[in-house]
Design a binder for this molecule. Structure first.
Ligand SMILES: C[S@@+](CC[C@H](N)C(=O)[O-])C[C@H]1O[C@@H](n2cnc3c(N)ncnc32)[C@H](O)[C@@H]1O
Length: 197
Protein backbone atom coordinates (compact mmCIF):
# COMPACT_ATOMS: atom_id res chain seq x y z
CA UNK A 1 0.00 0.00 0.00
CA UNK A 2 1.12 3.54 -0.82
CA UNK A 3 2.12 5.47 2.36
CA UNK A 4 -0.48 8.25 2.74
CA UNK A 5 0.64 11.87 3.21
CA UNK A 6 -1.40 14.85 4.43
CA UNK A 7 0.63 18.00 3.55
CA UNK A 8 -1.38 20.07 6.08
CA UNK A 9 0.18 18.07 8.94
CA UNK A 10 3.64 19.25 7.87
CA UNK A 11 2.42 22.84 8.19
CA UNK A 12 0.32 22.72 11.35
CA UNK A 13 2.06 20.32 13.72
CA UNK A 14 4.47 22.88 15.20
CA UNK A 15 1.81 25.47 16.16
CA UNK A 16 -0.31 22.59 17.51
CA UNK A 17 2.65 21.43 19.60
CA UNK A 18 3.18 24.94 21.04
CA UNK A 19 -0.39 24.86 22.32
CA UNK A 20 -0.81 21.28 23.51
CA UNK A 21 2.56 20.94 25.27
CA UNK A 22 1.20 23.24 27.98
CA UNK A 23 -2.00 21.18 28.28
CA UNK A 24 -0.99 17.55 28.08
CA UNK A 25 1.66 17.68 30.79
CA UNK A 26 1.05 14.48 32.79
CA UNK A 27 2.22 10.92 32.00
CA UNK A 28 -1.21 9.84 30.84
CA UNK A 29 -2.96 8.22 27.88
CA UNK A 30 -4.16 10.46 25.06
CA UNK A 31 -6.83 9.23 22.67
CA UNK A 32 -6.58 10.76 19.20
CA UNK A 33 -9.82 10.67 17.20
CA UNK A 34 -9.63 10.63 13.40
CA UNK A 35 -5.84 10.21 13.23
CA UNK A 36 -5.92 10.07 9.42
CA UNK A 37 -2.43 9.37 8.09
CA UNK A 38 -1.01 9.20 11.64
CA UNK A 39 1.44 12.04 10.95
CA UNK A 40 0.36 14.14 13.95
CA UNK A 41 1.15 11.24 16.29
CA UNK A 42 4.54 10.69 14.64
CA UNK A 43 5.51 14.38 14.63
CA UNK A 44 4.17 15.31 18.07
CA UNK A 45 5.10 12.30 20.19
CA UNK A 46 8.90 12.83 20.26
CA UNK A 47 8.16 16.23 21.88
CA UNK A 48 5.68 14.74 24.36
CA UNK A 49 7.56 11.62 25.47
CA UNK A 50 5.57 11.24 28.70
CA UNK A 51 2.31 10.51 26.80
CA UNK A 52 0.93 7.16 25.70
CA UNK A 53 -0.68 8.12 22.38
CA UNK A 54 -3.65 6.01 21.27
CA UNK A 55 -4.38 6.71 17.58
CA UNK A 56 -7.77 5.80 16.15
CA UNK A 57 -9.90 6.25 13.07
CA UNK A 58 -12.40 4.51 10.79
CA UNK A 59 -11.27 1.06 9.63
CA UNK A 60 -10.15 2.24 6.17
CA UNK A 61 -7.51 4.58 7.65
CA UNK A 62 -5.71 2.09 9.89
CA UNK A 63 -3.46 0.39 7.35
CA UNK A 64 -2.06 3.71 6.09
CA UNK A 65 -1.19 5.08 9.52
CA UNK A 66 0.38 1.76 10.50
CA UNK A 67 3.05 2.40 7.87
CA UNK A 68 3.98 5.69 9.54
CA UNK A 69 4.09 4.04 12.97
CA UNK A 70 6.23 1.15 11.72
CA UNK A 71 8.79 3.56 10.23
CA UNK A 72 8.75 5.88 13.28
CA UNK A 73 9.50 3.13 15.84
CA UNK A 74 8.03 5.13 18.74
CA UNK A 75 6.96 2.74 21.53
CA UNK A 76 4.73 5.40 23.12
CA UNK A 77 2.40 5.19 20.08
CA UNK A 78 -0.05 2.40 20.87
CA UNK A 79 -1.48 0.06 18.27
CA UNK A 80 -4.15 2.07 16.38
CA UNK A 81 -7.78 1.36 17.20
CA UNK A 82 -10.67 1.17 14.78
CA UNK A 83 -13.05 3.73 16.21
CA UNK A 84 -16.11 5.39 14.74
CA UNK A 85 -17.28 8.13 17.10
CA UNK A 86 -20.78 6.64 16.84
CA UNK A 87 -19.57 3.42 18.47
CA UNK A 88 -21.06 2.93 21.93
CA UNK A 89 -17.88 1.29 23.25
CA UNK A 90 -14.58 3.13 22.72
CA UNK A 91 -12.06 2.02 25.35
CA UNK A 92 -11.87 -0.11 28.51
CA UNK A 93 -10.50 2.67 30.70
CA UNK A 94 -11.17 6.41 30.83
CA UNK A 95 -8.41 8.69 29.51
CA UNK A 96 -7.02 12.02 30.73
CA UNK A 97 -6.65 13.55 27.27
CA UNK A 98 -8.38 13.54 23.88
CA UNK A 99 -7.05 15.27 20.76
CA UNK A 100 -8.60 15.61 17.33
CA UNK A 101 -7.59 17.65 14.27
CA UNK A 102 -9.71 18.61 11.29
CA UNK A 103 -12.51 16.14 12.00
CA UNK A 104 -15.39 18.31 13.25
CA UNK A 105 -16.08 19.88 9.84
CA UNK A 106 -15.74 16.50 8.07
CA UNK A 107 -18.28 14.59 10.17
CA UNK A 108 -22.03 15.13 9.98
CA UNK A 109 -23.52 17.13 12.87
CA UNK A 110 -24.98 13.88 14.23
CA UNK A 111 -21.46 12.38 14.33
CA UNK A 112 -20.16 15.52 16.06
CA UNK A 113 -22.87 14.99 18.68
CA UNK A 114 -21.74 11.38 19.08
CA UNK A 115 -18.11 12.52 19.38
CA UNK A 116 -18.91 14.87 22.27
CA UNK A 117 -21.11 12.26 23.94
CA UNK A 118 -18.34 9.65 23.68
CA UNK A 119 -15.76 12.07 25.03
CA UNK A 120 -18.13 12.88 27.88
CA UNK A 121 -18.30 9.14 28.66
CA UNK A 122 -14.58 8.38 28.28
CA UNK A 123 -12.74 11.44 29.66
CA UNK A 124 -11.63 11.42 33.30
CA UNK A 125 -12.90 14.17 35.56
CA UNK A 126 -10.62 17.17 35.02
CA UNK A 127 -9.43 15.69 31.71
CA UNK A 128 -8.92 17.81 28.58
CA UNK A 129 -10.21 17.56 25.01
CA UNK A 130 -8.34 19.67 22.42
CA UNK A 131 -10.03 20.17 19.06
CA UNK A 132 -8.07 21.74 16.17
CA UNK A 133 -9.72 23.20 13.08
CA UNK A 134 -11.67 26.14 11.66
CA UNK A 135 -14.75 27.36 13.56
CA UNK A 136 -17.37 30.09 13.07
CA UNK A 137 -18.25 32.70 15.73
CA UNK A 138 -21.47 34.71 16.08
CA UNK A 139 -22.76 33.07 12.90
CA UNK A 140 -19.85 34.43 10.85
CA UNK A 141 -16.85 32.95 9.09
CA UNK A 142 -13.57 34.24 10.49
CA UNK A 143 -12.10 34.75 6.99
CA UNK A 144 -13.03 34.66 3.29
CA UNK A 145 -10.83 31.57 2.88
CA UNK A 146 -12.87 29.72 5.54
CA UNK A 147 -16.07 30.69 3.69
CA UNK A 148 -14.65 29.25 0.46
CA UNK A 149 -13.50 26.12 2.28
CA UNK A 150 -17.00 25.65 3.73
CA UNK A 151 -18.55 25.90 0.25
CA UNK A 152 -16.11 23.31 -1.01
CA UNK A 153 -16.85 20.99 1.92
CA UNK A 154 -20.61 21.20 1.41
CA UNK A 155 -20.37 20.53 -2.31
CA UNK A 156 -18.44 17.38 -1.49
CA UNK A 157 -20.76 16.34 1.35
CA UNK A 158 -23.80 18.46 2.28
CA UNK A 159 -23.71 17.03 5.82
CA UNK A 160 -20.21 18.38 6.49
CA UNK A 161 -19.19 21.98 7.11
CA UNK A 162 -17.49 24.40 9.48
CA UNK A 163 -19.24 24.28 12.86
CA UNK A 164 -20.34 27.17 15.04
CA UNK A 165 -18.44 27.67 18.27
CA UNK A 166 -21.71 28.41 20.11
CA UNK A 167 -23.24 25.06 19.00
CA UNK A 168 -20.13 23.20 20.14
CA UNK A 169 -20.21 25.00 23.50
CA UNK A 170 -23.84 23.90 23.95
CA UNK A 171 -22.92 20.31 23.06
CA UNK A 172 -20.01 20.48 25.48
CA UNK A 173 -22.28 21.66 28.31
CA UNK A 174 -24.71 18.79 27.61
CA UNK A 175 -21.79 16.37 28.10
CA UNK A 176 -20.29 17.89 31.26
CA UNK A 177 -17.49 19.72 29.43
CA UNK A 178 -16.65 23.39 29.96
CA UNK A 179 -14.47 25.70 27.88
CA UNK A 180 -10.90 25.66 29.18
CA UNK A 181 -9.40 27.90 26.47
CA UNK A 182 -9.77 29.01 22.86
CA UNK A 183 -6.39 29.29 21.15
CA UNK A 184 -5.52 31.09 17.91
CA UNK A 185 -3.68 29.05 15.28
CA UNK A 186 -2.26 30.11 11.89
CA UNK A 187 -4.47 30.25 8.79
CA UNK A 188 -7.69 31.03 10.65
CA UNK A 189 -7.71 27.82 12.64
CA UNK A 190 -8.21 27.46 16.39
CA UNK A 191 -7.67 24.93 19.12
CA UNK A 192 -10.73 24.72 21.36
CA UNK A 193 -9.95 23.06 24.68
CA UNK A 194 -12.77 21.58 26.75
CA UNK A 195 -12.43 20.27 30.30
CA UNK A 196 -14.52 17.51 31.86
CA UNK A 197 -16.19 18.53 35.09
C1 LIG B 1 -9.61 15.71 7.22
S1 LIG B 1 -9.20 14.18 7.93
C2 LIG B 1 -8.10 14.69 9.24
C3 LIG B 1 -7.08 13.64 9.56
C4 LIG B 1 -6.00 14.07 10.55
N1 LIG B 1 -6.54 14.27 11.86
C5 LIG B 1 -5.31 15.32 10.05
O1 LIG B 1 -5.45 16.37 10.67
O2 LIG B 1 -4.63 15.22 9.02
C6 LIG B 1 -10.68 13.70 8.81
C7 LIG B 1 -10.57 12.37 9.53
O3 LIG B 1 -11.77 12.14 10.28
C8 LIG B 1 -12.05 10.76 10.19
N2 LIG B 1 -13.46 10.50 10.49
C9 LIG B 1 -14.52 10.82 9.71
N3 LIG B 1 -15.65 10.36 10.27
C10 LIG B 1 -15.29 9.75 11.43
C11 LIG B 1 -16.02 9.07 12.44
N4 LIG B 1 -17.34 8.91 12.34
N5 LIG B 1 -15.34 8.56 13.50
C12 LIG B 1 -14.01 8.71 13.58
N6 LIG B 1 -13.26 9.34 12.65
C13 LIG B 1 -13.89 9.85 11.58
C14 LIG B 1 -11.68 10.43 8.76
O4 LIG B 1 -11.53 9.04 8.54
C15 LIG B 1 -10.39 11.20 8.57
O5 LIG B 1 -9.25 10.47 8.94
Amino acid sequence: MHKPVAPSCDENWQPILQCIKGLFTEPETLLEIGSGTGQHAVYLCPHLPHLRWQPSDLADQIEGMEQWFKDAELPQILSPKTLDVSDEYWLDDPVAYVFTANTTHIMSWQKVQHMFAGIGRHLKSGGLFAQYGPFNYNGEYTSPSNARFDDWLKQRDPQSGIRHFEDLAQLARENSLILHSDNEMPQNNRILVWQKL
